[in-house]
Ligand binder design. Sequence first.
Ligand code: ADP
Length: 306
Amino acid sequence: MAGKVVVVGSSNIDLIMKMDRLPRPGETVTEAEFAQVFGGKGANQAVGAARAGGDVAFVSCVGDDAYGGQVIENLKKDGIDTRHVFREEGVASGTALIMIDASGENCISVAPGANYRLTPAHVDRARDVIEEAAVVIAQCEILPETLDHVIDLGFRLGKLVLLNLAPARPLDDATLGKLGALAVNETEAEFLTGLPVRNDTEVQAAAGALLGKGPKIVIVTLGARGAWVAVEGHQGLVPGFEVDPVDTTAAGDVHCGALAVGLVEGQALLDAVAFANAAAALSTTKLGAQPSAPSRDGIDALVQSR
Ligand code: ADP
């Protein structure tokens, strides 16, 4: 399989404040440290895929504020095709306010802004690039009707649609049946199945239940342990790589992006998941969402070290 990885979804500016302890309602804490980082699940996946070696196009909406231009310029640095990142008038770009205390505990507020201006009509305007895709990736920081349209269009064009159901939202069986691959973490797997996911037996049962609804591949990411893979006739753990994590933000996003690249390159499924585990493990060793996505050289080196 050769072709593009097309990511349809969100981009955010992450405004991060690090402080000793989080403020209580009505309280002001001072002496925080500030950083502005590019984030948003869709954009993180696009950058994760591009650095992993993919030929990537991104379909998204940003605002007509200063951040919108910065988001586009930043994606271009990784060689991402941004022709279908639309700038919408009179709306702010997606923004996340993130407060983190010394122990890593956080409080986050997200303003979707332009991400909720991405409509099915925008997706149709990107049809030419979606037609060139081998894998179409979507996540859930956009409107439900737009997400449904992406999945349906990708399915009708015969593309492998990889849905990362994050943040979790209900999904009907007809939509699940159109997925080439579904990627969820343990919490999202519990949400979608109503089953507990606390050990391998339970992961297997939940993954099996999801597989029964139609996706060809189900991936349940399990943090440091790696990722569980379920396909017809096989279920099992693909172990994670041991690293010293400093920030697990966007690990799931990087996993998805790298997985798509592995699949586009024709890697066997379990090899593609190991490749994604390596990329995601490396992403946990650096702070921030997109700054932490690793390069292909680093991923290959970690895969070969096993
Ligand atoms: P999410 O961030 O979406 O909750 P996970 O925590 O399951 O998802 O992480 C996604 C992937 O990132 C895992 O499948 C694993 O490959 C990798 N990963 C996450 N945390 C670690 C860690 N501490 N050490 C090594 N790899 C990790």
